[in-house]
Design a protein around this ligand. Structure first.
Ligand code: SF4
Length: 358
């Protein structure tokens, strides 16, 4: 049985081509739509035969995003779908840590991530040993790991969070009386979250003497050094250039961007917040400071909205997922996510806590 509330999937090749042309004709050329519609149709046929569900992250390329996913969204939205699906196979068109989260939440399912190369600079920037060392250095601190970490790191954490609920998770812990919150691994998300919540930020690269000089009775967010290799490239000059060329544009930025960039934009938030904003708030134009496929996907989904399409920053990891890879993943049942039972058990609690704070 298909899951309820899924996106409608076209039944025939003609319907697939029509849907993709309707959505994408002002975003990508027709020859590309025609070529990709054939692959998309094959995927949709196979998906039904195999009782598979396809989850498409907001950063997928437009032809894939608008043709084969049963559900689209950010990692939190898709994690919730993965936890409830009745499908036998979950194909996660996103990066490896997302596939791992799906496996943790629904371990009896076969979970496929269509590319072996779909890593992430944040997830690769921290290890379980790093977390254990931080706990030893800051005894009693709570560990909040961004969902962009591998399962082995989540297993050493108390809470997970997304960019959409990072501030709520930190506020929840402060309200519960915790003074030290280790927030991993994204330096910029940690700094931006500390600023949003109104608490001090301390870089773990700082010395013990510097930490001891902080007021002991005030909460502090302790951050790591990793950064998203895409969002760290947005600069204050980029904001100024958009303002100069499109003074009426609303600029929305993802909190993996630097605090200096975040201070100059109009709206800060997750990719879900960006989708909701463009859908619901009438503005002359919208400029997105996030992975550029997202702007393409919103331009396709909301043709009556004017998107500033000046972005050239793509995630090399997300971009390894193609329609052809997705087809091969289903045909060969590759690449399956495997995790130790112990890791699944220990990583489940912080993820469940993340989902409960929305
Ligand atoms: S955009 Fe950044 S955070 Fe997202 S997968 Fe790519 S490197 Fe990781």
């Amino acid at each position: 049985m298909p899951d309820s509330a899924a996106l409608p999937i076209p039944a025939s090749m003609d319907e697939t081509l029509t849907l993709m042309r309707t959505r994408l004709s002002h975003v990508i050329p027709d020859f590309e739509i025609q070529a990709k519609a054939e692959i998309a149709h094959e995927i949709n046929v196979l998906k039904r035969e195999m009782n598979a569900v396809i989850l498409g992250h907001n950063y997928m390329e437009p032809a894939l995003y608008h043709s084969v996913p049963d559900y689209t969204g950010d990692s939190l939205q898709l994690s919730v779908v993965a936890s409830k699906t009745q499908a036998d196979i979950i194909v996660f068109c996103g990066v490896l840590f997302m596939g791992e989260s799906a496996k943790i939440l629904n371990p009896s399912k076969t979970v496929l991530v269509p590319s072996e190369k779909a890593g992430c600079s944040l997830a690769e920037g921290i290890t379980p040993e790093d977390v254990i060392a931080l706990r030893q250095r800051f005894p009693g601190a709570m560990v909040v790991s961004y969902v962009n970490t591998y399962a082995s790191v989540k297993a050493e954490s108390d809470y997970c969070c997304t960019s959409g609920n990072a501030d709520k998770v930190v506020k929840h812990l402060i309200a519960a009386g915790y003074k030290q919150i280790i927030f991993l691994p994204d330096e910029y998300l940690a700094r931006n979250t500390a600023s949003d919540v109104g608490v001090r930020y301390f870089a773990a690269s700082g010395s013990d003497e510097e930490f001891a000089a902080l007021p002991a009775d005030e909460p502090v967010v302790i951050g790591w050094k990793s950064r998203c290799e895409v969002h760290e490239l947005f600069t204050v000059d980029d904001v100024d250039n958009v303002r100069r060329q499109y003074p009426d544009a609303v600029i929305l930025a993802h909190p993996e961007c630097s605090p200096e960039v975040m201070a100059k934009v109009d709206v800060a938030g997750s990719t879900k917040l960006m989708v909701d904003y463009v859908r619901e708030v009438d503005a002359p134009r919208y400029a997105l400071f996030t992975e550029c496929s997202m702007g393409d996907n919103l331009a396709a989904e909301f043709p009556h909205r004017e998107m500033v399409r000046a972005c050239s920053l793509r995630c090399k990891h997300m971009n390894t997922i193609t329609l052809q890879d997705t087809l091969e993943a289903l045909r060969k049942l590759q690449y399956q996510v495997h995790l130790d039972e112990d890791v699944i058990t220990r990583a489940r609690t912080p993820i469940d806590r993340m989902i409960s704070i929305r």
